[in-house]
Design a protein around this ligand. Structure first.
Ligand SMILES: [Cu+2]
Length: 510
C-alpha cells in the first residue's frame, strides 16, 4: 500500500474513531488490532518486538517503583542490536547502522493510547509516530524504515497527543545509537568507553512512587522534578579508568534545562550534538542542554589520580519561571553525576582527539527558497496557553504558511519576543520532525540580555540539530531541509507540558 493511501485511511480513522478496523488491508491479532501491519516487500535487516507495558523497577531502597517501560526483543539482526539499561525504566538502547532496514512491531500494553516517535530519525510520515497514529491499548503498529541518518545518538519516546509528558515521565523512552563508516574510521572511544548519559528529573513519594503534577501552573511552566537521575538511577556514579571516554549526554527531562560543567571547571570538549559528530571539536566552559538536546563529550581522565572523584554539575543560572512546589527550582546548582577514576589502564591510552571529525555540508542563504522572507514563527502565550503563530495544535492541519514544497530548503525563524513585546516569556526548546536543520543566526533583544548571558556561551550550534533552545527575547534562524518524504511533519516545543498544551503544529510537505 502506498504511504499516501495509508495516510488517507488513517485520516478517516482518526476523524471517525472506531471505524479503523473496518478498512481493508488491516489485519487482526488475538489481543487487539494490528493497526498497521508488516508489508511483504520490505525485507528487514533488523526486526524488533517493542512493547510498552507497566513494570516495577528498583530505584530507591524499599518498594520498587511502578513505571511504564519499553521492553524489546530482537527477532532478527546482529546480537548487539539491543542493550538493556540495568535497573532502569529506560527502554533498551537500539544500536543501529546507517543503511539498515528496520522493522519494529510496537505493541501498546499500557492502559492509554500510545505511539512511538524516533526522535531525530528521518523517516516517512507514517513511520514517524505522529500522534494521528496513536493506537489503543492492546493494539499493535508495525514500523518499517531505513536508517538514513548519520552516526549519532537519537532517541525514541511516546508521542501521544496530550499524554506525551505523562508517558515519557512514566518511563517511555530509550536511546538509538546509529553508527556509520565515517565514524568507524576515527578510532573514537568505543565499547565500555562509549557511554550514554541520560539526564532526567523526577519526583517521588515517600513510598517510592513516581509523582507527577496535576497543577495547571506546573503545566504552564513545565514540570520540574526534585531528584536528578542518570540512566534512571539516583546518585549516579560512573567508575572509569585513566583513559579517554566518549560520553553521550542527552537531556531526557520534561522541561528542565541544565548548565553542565565539571566541578573543577575543566573545559568540556564537544565532539557531537543532536545530529552526530561536528566537523571539528569545540570546547566550552559549560554546556547548556535543553530537553531533547544531545551533546557528545571527549572526556579525558588520563591525568586524573586514581581514586579521585569528579562531579558533573549543573551551574546556577537565572530562574526564568517562578516555580511553586519544586524544591529544585530552575537554575539551582546541583550535582548531576560523579565520575570516579577507579583504575589505571593496562596499556596507557594513546588515543588522540581527531582534528576533523566529519564532513558537514554547511547550509546558508544560497540554499533556501525564501532567503528574503524567512518563515517566521512567533512563540507566545495567550489566554493561559502556548501558541505558535497564534495557532494551537490541530492534528491534521497546516496553514498555507506551513506548506512547503518537497525537496526544498527553508529559512525558518523562531521568534520568542525578539521583536514582539510583552507577555510571559519562557525558554522553549523547539523540535522539528523529519530532517535535521542547521542554526545560522541567534539574535537577542537587549532587554533579555541578563538571562540570556547566563546560558548562551553553552550553546553548541555548529552541527546538525533537531532541537534548539529559543531563549526569552531571542530569535533563532535556521535552514531546514524538507527532502525525501511528503506529508505532515511536526514542529513543537519539547517542553513536554507545553507540547501537550498544544504548542505543536504541522509542516505539510507537498
Ligand atoms: Cu515551550
Amino acid at each position: 500500500m502506498s504511504d499516501e493511501g495509508y495516510s488517507r485511511r488513517q485520516f478517516l480513522g482518526y476523524t471517525s474513531a472506531g471505524l479503523l478496523s473496518t478498512f481493508s488491508g488491516l489485519s487482526f491479532a488475538q489481543q487487539g488490532s494490528v493497526v498497521r501491519s508488516a508489508t511483504a516487500d520490505f525485507n528487514p535487516d533488523v526486526e524488533i518486538n517493542l512493547t510498552a507495558k507497566s513494570a516495577r523497577v528498583p530505584i530507591y531502597e524499599g518498594p520498587k517503583t511502578l513505571v511504564w517501560k519499553f521492553r524489546a526483543e530482537l527477532l532478527k539482526g546482529p546480537s548487539e542490536t539491543l542493550k538493556e539499561v540495568p535497573d532502569s525504566y529506560l527502554g533498551p538502547v537500539f544500536n543501529l547502522k546507517q543503511g539498515q532496514r528496520i522493522r519494529i512491531h510496537f505493541n501498546n500494553r499500557i492502559p492509554q493510547r500510545c505511539i512511538v516517535h524516533w526522535h531525530g530519525l528521518h523517516v516517512p510520515q507514517v513511520m514517524d509516530g505522529h500522534p494521528m497514529y496513536a493506537i489503543n491499548s492492546g493494539d499493535s503498529y508495525v514500523y518499517e524504515f531505513t536508517v538514513v541518518n548519520r552516526a549519532g545518538m537519537y532517541w525514541y519516546h511516546s508521542h501521544t497527543h496530550e499524554l506525551t509528558a505523562k508517558q515519557v515521565y512514566s518511563g517511555l523512552a530509550g536511546l538509538i545509537i546509529v553508527s556509520d563508516d565515517n565514524e568507524a574510521q576515527l578510532n573514537l572511544p568505543s565499547g565500555a568507553k562509549d557511554l550514554p548519559i541520560v539526564i532526567q528529573d523526577r519526583s517521588f513519594t515517600e513510598d517510592n512512587k513516581l509523582r507527577y503534577t496535576s497543577h495547571m501552573r506546573e503545566h504552564m511552566m513545565g514540570f520540574l522534578g526534585e531528584e536528578i537521575l542518570v540512566n534512571g538511577r539516583p546518585d549516579f556514579e560512573l567508575p572509569v579508568s585513566q583513559g579517554v571516554y566518549r560520553l553521550r549526554l542527552i537531556n531526557g527531562s520534561n522541561s528542565r534545562i541544565y548548565k553542565l560543567a565539571w566541578d573543577d571547571r575543566t573545559p568540556l570538549t564537544v565532539i557531537g550534538t543532536d545530529g552526530g559528530l561536528l566537523e571539528k571539536p569545540v570546547t566550552r566552559n559549560y554546556i547548556s542542554l535543553a530537553p531533547a538536546e544531545r551533546v557528545e563529550i571527549w572526556a579525558d581522565f588520563r591525568d586524573r589520580e586514581i581514586g579521585s572523584i569528579h562531579s558533573l554539575v549543573s551551574l546556577p543560572f537565572q530562574n526564568m519561571r517562578m516555580h511553586m512546589g519544586s524544591s529544585l527550582p530552575e537554575g539551582s546548582e546541583f550535582s548531576v553525576m560523579k565520575v570516579k577514576v577507579a583504575k589505571a589502564e593496562k596499556i596507557a591510552d594513546s588515543r588522540e582527539l581527531p582534528v576533523t571529525l566529519s564532513k558537514i555540508n554547511q547550509l546558508g542563504l544560497a540554499d533556501v527558497v525564501n532567503p528574503e522572507q524567512p518563515m517566521s514563527i512567533a512563540l507566545r502565550m495567550r489566554r493561559m496557553n502556548w501558541w505558535l503563530n497564534g495557532e494551537e495544535f490541530e492534528m491534521m492541519e497546516a496553514t498555507p504558511s506551513e506548506r512547503v514544497a518537497l525537496d526544498s530548503h527553508h529559512l525558518i525563524q523562531f521568534d520568542n519576543g525578539y521583536q514582539t513585546r510583552g507577555g510571559m516569556r519562557l525558554p522553549h526548546p523547539m523540535h522539528l520532525h523529519g530532517q535535521q536543520f542547521q542554526i545560522i543566526k541567534r539574535e537577542i533583544n537587549p532587554n533579555y540580555q541578563r538571562s540570556y548571558g547566563a546560558l548562551n556561551e553553552g550553546f553548541v550550534d555548529s552541527g546538525w540539530k533537531d532541537t534548539v533552545l529559543v531563549m526569552p527575547g531571542e530569535r533563532v534562524t535556521m535552514v531546514k531541509p524538507f527532502e525525501d518524504f511528503k506529508g505532515l511533519f511536526l514542529y513543537h516545543c519539547h517542553n513536554l507540558e507545553h507540547e501537550d498544551m498544544g504548542m505543536m503544529r504541522n509542516f505539510n510537505v507537498v
